[in-house]
Write a protein that binds this ligand. Structure first.
Ligand SMILES: Cc1cc2nc3c(=O)[nH]c(=O)nc-3n(C[C@H](O)[C@H](O)[C@H](O)COP(=O)(O)O)c2cc1C
Length: 188
């Protein structure tokens, strides 16, 4: 089983990373983190190359990431909320995954889910309605375009005050999510 994490926090040792680390500690198989703040990739320029060919005209570090996506059984999307959405750096990297969305135009989308997906998000503010909605919209639609079935989502609100140490219930949810992913991939 191979797991690829798209990690979108500016802080290398923040709450989002703590969520990712706990998930990975409890996940079997090979694991790799793509760190959006420390990966140099250019933004999508909407050249529409991918409307005709499943690839990208920009030859940079993304080529390697596309290969890792193809090989991954699990795609984990992890970001803090910045102004009610995922961070800009991660969004810019995700825009380079337009070639998966363009499968709708090329007409070569897989007809069924071929991967599993999971979402981890952190918000500094005390919990409020729709705190994570902006991130959910981006992440859930991306998982669909990657033909990845959403297995679960865990969010940590109030991270200005709380952490996985003070919110053991949320830490437990992260471990349970790892177990679900292990079970969902038990044949791999
Ligand atoms: C530019 C910026 C915008 C933010 N916007 C929000 C927000 O809309 N909602 C929220 O709950 N927290 C917001 N926060 C707080 C972060 O989500 C919080 O600090 C989180 O813990 C950061 O993740 P990290 O611990 O992985 O660095 C914002 C923080 C920054 C720096």
């Amino acid at each position: 089983m191979k797991t690829l994490v798209f990690f979108g926090s500016a802080r290398e040792k923040g709450h989002t990373r703590a969520m990712v680390d706990l998930l990975l500690e409890n996940l079997e198989g090979e694991k790799e983190i793509i760190d959006a703040y420390r990966t140099e990739v250019q933004p999508c320029k909407d050249c529409r190359f991918c409307w005709h060919k499943k690839g990208c005209s920009i030859k940079d570090g993304m080529q390697d990431i596309y290969q890792k996506i193809e090989e991954a059984d699990n795609i984990i999307l992890a970001s803090p909320m910045y102004f009610h959405s995922i961070t800009g750096e991660l969004k810019s990297l995700i825009d380079r995954l337009q070639l998966y969305w363009a499968g709708h135009i090329r007409n070569d989308m897989p007809t069924h889910f071929i991967k599993k997906g999971a979402i981890l998000m952190v918000g500094g503010a005390p919990s409020f309605e729709n705190q994570f909605l902006g991130g959910e919209l981006v992440f859930k639609n991306l998982l669909n375009d990657l033909s990845a079935e959403l297995v679960g989502e865990v969010c940590l609100p109030n991270s200005d005050v709380d952490s996985l140490e003070t919110r053991q219930d949320i830490a437990k949810d992260v471990v349970e999510l790892a177990n679900k992913l292990n079970q969902a991939n038990s044949s791999k």
